[in-house]
Design a protein around this ligand. Sequence first.
Ligand code: PLP
Length: 414
Amino acid sequence: MQTSFINIENIRNDFPILKRKVHKDKPLVYFDNAATTQKPIQVIESISNYYLNYNSNIHRAVHELAEEATLAYETTRDKIAKFINAKNREEIVFVRGTTEAINLVAYAWARQNINKDDIIVTTEYEHHSNIVPWQLVTKEKGAKLEYIGVDDNGELILDHLDKYLATGKVKLVTFSQMSNVLGTITNSEEIVKRCKKYGARVLIDGAQSVPHMKVDLQKLDCDFFAFSAHKMLGPTGVGVLWARKELLQEMVPFNGGGDMIREVHKYETTWNDLPYKFEAGTPNIADVIGFSAALDYLDKIGMDKVREHEIELTKYALDKLSQMKGIILYGPKDATKRGGVISFNLGDIHPHDLATIIDEDGIAIRSGHHCAQVLMERLDVSATSRASFYIYNTKEEVDVFIKSLNRAKELFKI
Ligand SMILES: *Cc1c(COP(=O)(O)O)cnc(C)c1O
């Protein structure tokens, strides 16, 4: 059951859902981790423990329950700062997820700093949540949105970035550190370095990277960073925006309401300290606490081990898949240059049909445009199938997956 790096049997025992059967008697093979991961019992129990034993609102009351809840909530913030090596805990803002984090930057930073004819640069392999907010801002401001192209190996063409930077008009460059479709790991430090020379700010979408590899924000040296808890064993409805303190201080609030204020008078309000200025209203306390347990879980395994396990599994799967007649694989061929995400098309079987057929064998994969229609256009397809792995997936499951794909091939006579 093992890859060389982690004890998968022990890990699988922590995930109750992996014991269930689908379609009556088929063991579940969950390969849709790029959409959301499963949750270990430790995360589930930490959420119910909060509701069972110390449910309370945070920050305001002085009673014991409120103190316990506040401590648990704020401890998560410390753990996150350590997990991504952020310099200050005040730079960690809790939001609903990556999407909200990016929209926060678009609203509270870009709307104040982007002017007519300025340029925002994104890439052709972005998730819709890192494209649409920038379309909204650039349209509103009469600014321009430009794209770094993707080459045939699934990597960014950095010459495009240089060309835009040379205009001197680029105010923001934004990209995902790992593509959710191609698995490509972006050469992030190099991009940041080039942007710095021209004074362009950099936002990194870490929705796929933080769950699967060690991320060091001080080394990355970007300006904004976003990710979601639910793609790294945590609950839905919690995510993080990290931003440089100086920027958060300058930025206008995103939402107005309780907790984000210092003093409210009839016509004037002063803002609370960072990060509370950006956390209006009662936050998602239970799920922030659940996120804490997810961070502990990943810490215990070690992110280097997580990454090595995925490289081994991805290499194994890529080897088998590439031998299959009629398959088109997207993204880098080298497993060390990509995460555990494999997008493909098999003959002329529509991805939705393929996903439906292999679902009958208990295998959950994703089919469609993966919230990346700009990339689909670039690849000249309407959809792909996508298998994506995590710490509890095994080589045996990859074998079941390959066998099921062969069954689909026979059905479609490929
Ligand atoms: C999932 C994903 C998002 C959106 O995350 P939400 O949790 O849905 O807000 C953004 N970018 C990438 C690369 C993703 O994989």
